[in-house]
Write a protein that binds this ligand. Structure first.
Ligand SMILES: *Cc1c(COP(=O)(O)O)cnc(C)c1O
Length: 223
């Protein structure tokens, strides 16, 4: 086995362990390999190892990879901050957008000719520069999105607050998810958990894991 195959095997086995400990079924979870800053070739290798869902956070890079890998049948997840003027272009190749955090972005995404699947990203930190709507503003944004026929809300997404135990962040997210579900009953998904905190996310009900370095190894450059 090469290094990549070994990391995938190791990750899959710890994922099984965490699921067993949490009393969750592996089948409830979608594993998204976040491949930002890595070349398209690593995605081809990961696809051969059985991974079908990929996450990217920068539009131009994501667009190039999706174009270069059109021969593979992959699901593309856009997980980065998104500018309104790029919304249409991103929705052309991304199957799911995890970072809808304001009405103007939702409105821009809704101006397409096809249904766009999305998550509302919630900011669980005190830093407004991080992506995400505030917890207090979440329900209003969900109501706005629910009124847009072209958007299909899948659920909520967040990155844990690095200043605290990630379990606390994911508990807040789970409670937010319950409130969102009461407004939008089909929005049941929870996109949470990265390489260092996927255990805590699974314990709090995550359905979509966004795993980068634990699978890909260190990112080659991060400019
Ligand atoms: C990079 C990134 C990830 C993956 O992070 P790792 O710590 O490498 O697992 C997950 N979610 C988002 C939004 C990211 O930008």
């Amino acid at each position: 086995m090469n290094d990549l195959a070994e990391r995938v095997a190791r990750f899959n086995s710890s994922l099984e362990d965490v699921c067993a400990a949490a009393g969750r079924s592996r089948n409830e979870l979608t594993l998204i390999a976040v491949t930002k800053f890595h070349p398209a070739e690593i995605i081809r290798e990961l696809c051969a190892l059985g991974i079908t869902d990929f996450g990217e956070s920068r539009h131009q890079e994501a667009q190039e990879k999706a174009f270069a890998l059109q021969d593979l049948s992959l699901n593309w997840h856009f997980v980065g901050q998104l500018q309104r003027n790029k919304a249409k272009q991103v929705s052309a190749y991304a199957d799911v957008i995890h970072s809808v955090d304001r009405e103007t972005l939702a409105a821009a995404l809704a101006e397409t000719d096809h249904c766009v699947e999305c998550f509302v990203q919630i900011n669980l930190t005190d830093n407004p520069a991080r992506g995400g709507v505030s917890l207090a503003g979440t329900e209003r944004l969900v109501e706005y999105i629910s009124a847009l026929p072209m958007l299909r809300l899948r659920g909520v997404m967040a990155v844990a607050d690095p200043a605290h135990d990630p379990r606390l962040s994911f508990e807040k997210l789970r409670k937010a998810s319950e409130r969102v579900r009461s407004l939008s009953p089909n929005a049941t998904a929870i996109s949470a958990g990265m390489s260092h905190d996927f255990r805590e996310a699974i314990l709090e009900g995550a359905t979509h894991l966004r795993i980068g370095s634990a699978i890909t190894g260190n990112r080659p450059y991060s400019g």
